[in-house]
Structures are given as C-alpha cells and as structure tokens.
Design a protein around this ligand. Structure first.
Ligand SMILES: Cc1ncc(COP(=O)(O)O)c(C=O)c1O
Length: 455
C-alpha cells in the first residue's frame, strides 16, 4: 500500500480507490462504467476521443440547466444574468435563453455573438471598463437592456451619444465597494487599487450618480462585482450593505431612490476538496436575512436585485479530455518523487493554473487500474515550466502514454481565456445530452491560424 506523499498539499487525500471520482467536482452524470471507462451524460470517454480526438472539451447540457435553474430558483425575485465571459458560443446562448436567464456581455463581439444567436437584446447587460464609442453605439442601436458604466469618460461618451439623438439603455454605475474578496489578487475586483468602477470611499460614486442625474441620463441603479471564485458570503453582504448606504445617500441628496441593485457574480465552485462553496440557496438566504432589514433601517424600498453568475453555472458542466504523451519520474528534494504526466494540451487551452495557481481534480478516463496511487502532476506541451494543468493529484502508478486523462470543472474561463501559444489549435467543444454528443465548436485548423497572417 502506498503512503501519503509528504510533498502533497494538505487538502489532497490519498485515495483509497484511485479509480473513484471526487464527486463534487464532476458533472452529476460522470461515472465509471463496468469496463472502467468514464462516461459523461451516458457517452463513453473513449468513444468521444475516437470521434473528436484530443484535446477535447465536453459540456454537459443537463448539468448547465441544473446549475442555471438552481441559481434562478434560489435567487427567486432577483434577475439572474449569466456572465458570458466565462464561456460563450451560440449553443450556450441558447441554453441561457432556455433557462430563462438574462445575459451579461463585456465586449462588442460578445454582444454581436449573442445577437447572432437571437438572444433578446432587452435582457442583455453590457459591461467593460473601457468601452469604445463603437461598442456603446452598438449597444444603443441594438436595444440592449442595460449598460453598467465604469468611469467618467464613459458617462461623458454616453451623454454625447444621447445628445446626438441615440436612445441609450438604462444605466447602472459600477461601484468599488472597498471589499477585499478572499480570492486570487487578479480576480478580486472591489478593492481601491484596481481598475474597475467608481470609488465609494472617495465620494466619486455619489458624485457621478448626481452628475448623471443632473444631465438627465437614464440612470436606474448601481452595481458591484467583488471578485471571482469566492467561497464565503460575507464579502457579498458587506458589499450589498455599503451599496444600500450609497442608495440612501443618493436618496437623501436628490429625494429619489434608484430602483436597481446588482451584486455581480463571483460565486465559487468545487475544483478540489479544498473548495467548499455555499450552495446557492444558502447564499440567497444569507442575503435575505440582511437586506430587507437594512432597507427598513435606511428607509429604502427593497431594490430590484440582480446577480451575474458565470463560473457557477458553466464551470461544473465542463470536462476536458487529453491524451498522455510522456510519463516522467522526478526525484524531489524531500526524498520523495513526483510523476509528471505530459498531455497534448496545456496552458493554451487552460491558462488558469498558470495565471492564478488554480487547482483541478482529474482522473484516468480510458480504463480503471489496479496500480497504487502516486503523486502526479499533469502538465502540457508548451515551452514554459508553468505549463501545468493539474498541480497535485494522485493517479495510478501505471499511467502511460496513450492513456486519456479527464480534468473536471473546466467549463468556465478555459476556452474563453485560451490562446494559440506555440501555434496550438484551440480544441473543439462537444455538447452532451442523454447519450448523444454534438459538436458545437470545431477544432481550429492550421489554416485558421494562417488566415490572419497576411504578411
Ligand atoms: C462584472 C462581472 N460580473 C460577473 C462576473 C462573473 O464572475 P463569475 O464567473 O466568477 O461568477 C464577472 C467576472 O469577471 C464580472 O466582471
């Protein structure tokens, strides 16, 4: 029997069965069949790689609907927008519409894609810290429901567009509430020293609201997004309370209450046993326990509330499949060893470990194994030692070239952050539902890459 490797992080348990899946990280439909092969939504991993090759990204349609409906039901009375930056393609837009959610986009091209997929523009919110004039014009002309305004330059641009005769969507002002979200620095977005929003503490947010009102802009509310992959509710509550205070100050100085309050996204998911997010019903209940009382204390009507989950909806429905090319033993200074398993993708299709030190759970997908678990690291094929996909995991000691490795919870911020580093071709996306697989985004080809090289 192997022993727990001292080089493993504290959260990584030595598995009693190396073939078992850490259930909370995988789509509900994931299981190992009688032949030892992983199946997702009833489709076998080996059949999928035979048909579509590797690397391959799978999206479990039923899991997407399940997560979306869980948020919609838990946050009953809120408007729930899916944050499309997490993953966007025409199929996902249709899934969002089917689940009855709104859509939040943060660039002109995300907006164009949503419109091409015939999403109702009135249910779209446009975000972005540096929206170009063209993007603002597109939003106005296509009839998007809301724009979240990030800065004074943008307010001035919108004022000009309205004076030129365009009809502007309803406006929310993005406010930095000063909340320190407990997450990686690069995905914390409400502290003072970062680029998003109007500062609450300096008074800039209140001044901007008053200015917008004085110009007759179609202002309806305020917005905050404190960060991403947040596992505790306290940051959301602190932010919400500070925003209510701002609504009260605005009411006190203008005699009017703004009706809308959006609390953004950022709800965390399970990647490994280290992640213990609150279920959406508990999150919503914690907010319900505070917001009505605060409103009563401040003499405010309860605003129309909104949230914008991205990762929490699409993250859990994604699985990546890779083929192993190389297996290498590396001796560690501690005296132990680590098995490096190099696969045919890497930081080009999933840069999150390199960007944020993100962790994942993985498993051998094409067979079960009787071998003992060994401490392993799944790495890619790119020219960086930071090209890591799974920093710490246990895999069977007999893992070998041509095996298939599955990585869980890759639906969010993998495809959307992917690159062509080393001229890598972005992998295809395949949607799965009740035993069937459907290609929704094809693999890039070398010709795709050369098409933009006009020199
Ligand atoms: C304004 C805004 N809303 C929502 C989100 C979605 O966050 P998450 O995917 O963590 O829910 C983001 C992510 O960056 C964001 O910037």
């Amino acid at each position: 029997m192997s022993e727990h490797n001292p080089d493993a992080p504290a959260w990584l348990q030595l598995p009693s069965d190396v073939n078992a899946l850490y259930a909370s990280a995988w789509p509900t439909s994931a299981h190992r069949d009688a032949q030892g092969v992983l199946r997702f939504a009833g489709v076998s991993a080996t059949e999928l790689v035979d048909t579509y090759d590797t690397p391959l990204y799978l999206l479990d349609d039923a899991e997407f609907q399940h997560q979306a409906l869980m948020y919609r039901d838990a946050f009953d009375g809120y408007t729930v927008y899916y944050a499309s930056k997490a993953l966007l393609n025409r199929t996902v837009v249709r899934w969002v519409a089917k689940a009855g959610l709104g859509l939040d986009v943060c660039s002109g091209n995300e907006l164009r894609l949503a419109l091409e997929a015939e999403f109702d523009p009135a249910r779209i919110t446009l975000h972005g810290n540096n929206k170009s004039l063209d993007e603002l014009v597109l939003a106005c002309e296509s009839g998007v429901g809301r724009i979240v305004v990030d800065c004074m330059d943008e307010l001035l641009r919108i004022e000009k567009l309205i004076s030129d005769g365009l009809s502007a969507p309803k406006l929310l002002l993005r406010v930095k509430t000063g909340v320190q979200a407990h997450t990686h620095e690069y995905i914390a977005t409400a502290h003072e020293d970062q680029k998003f929003g109007f500062s609450l503490s300096s008074g800039a947010a209140l001044e901007a609201l008053q200015w917008a009102r004085s110009k007759g802009l179609p202002l309806v509310g305020i917005h905050s997004h404190i960060g991403s992959q947040i596992l505790k509710v306290s940051g959301f509550i602190t932010a919400a309370r500070r925003l209510l205070e701002l609504l009260a100050e605005y009411r006190d100085t203008t005699g009017e209450q703004l009706p809308v309050l959006c609390l953004g996204g950022g709800f965390g998911i399970v990647y490994t046993p280290a992640d213990t997010p609150l279920p959406p019903h508990d999150l919503a209940a914690a907010l319900r326990a505070v917001l009505p009382n605060d409103c009563a204390r401040l003499g405010l009507e309860l605003p129309q509330l909104a949230i914008e989950p991205g990762r929490a909806i699409v993250g859990p429905c994604g699985v990546a499949l890779y083929r192993v090319g190389v297996v290498k033993q590396v001796e560690l200074e501690s005296g132990g060893s680590r098995t490096y398993v190099a696969v045919d993708g890497g930081m080009s299709d999933n840069p999150r470990p390199a960007l944020y030190g993100a962790d994942y759970s993985c498993a051998l997908a094409n067979r079960a194994s009787d071998a003992e678990p060994v401490l392993a690291r799944v790495v890619g094929k790119h020219c960086e030692s930071g090209d890591i996909l799974v920093r710490d995991c246990y895999l069977p000691a007999d893992v070998r070239p041509d095996d298939i490795i599955a990585i869980a919870a890759v639906g969010a911020y993998c495809r959307s952050l992917s690159s062509n580093y080393n001229m890598a071709l972005r992998p295809p996306l395949v949607a799965l539902r009740t035993g069937t697989a459907r290609l929704i985004v094809r693999r890039e080809t070398f010709a795709d890459l050369m098409a933009t090289d006009v020199g």
